[in-house]
Design a protein. Structure first.
Length: 71
C-alpha cells in the first residue's frame, strides 16, 4: 500500500475532506506536526517511510531526495 507524507500546512486542516478519496486508492498517510514548512532534518526523519508527498515549500534538498529511496 503506498504511503504519502502530507506536510502542506494549508491542506492539513481540511484533511478529512480528502481522506476518503485517498483511502479509495489505498493510500496511507503520514501527517506530522507542521508549523510552516519541514526543514531537511525534519524530512529525513521520515526517509524510507513514504512513496510520495503532498507538500508546500519544504526543504527537499539533494540529500533528502537521495535518502528517500521510495519516492
Amino acid at each position: 500500500m503506498p504511503t504519502v507524507l502530507m506536510t502542506a500546512p494549508y491542506m492539513i486542516p481540511f484533511l478529512d475532506r480528502f481522506r476518503p478519496a485517498l483511502a479509495d486508492y489505498g493510500i496511507d498517510l503520514i501527517v506530522p506536526d507542521v508549523e510552516e514548512r519541514m526543514e531537511e532534518e525534519d524530512i529525513l526523519k521520515y526517509a524510507g517511510q513514504f512513496d510520495g508527498t503532498i507538500c508546500g515549500d519544504d526543504r527537499y534538498t539533494a540529500r533528502v531526495i537521495e535518502a528517500c529511496l521510495r519516492v
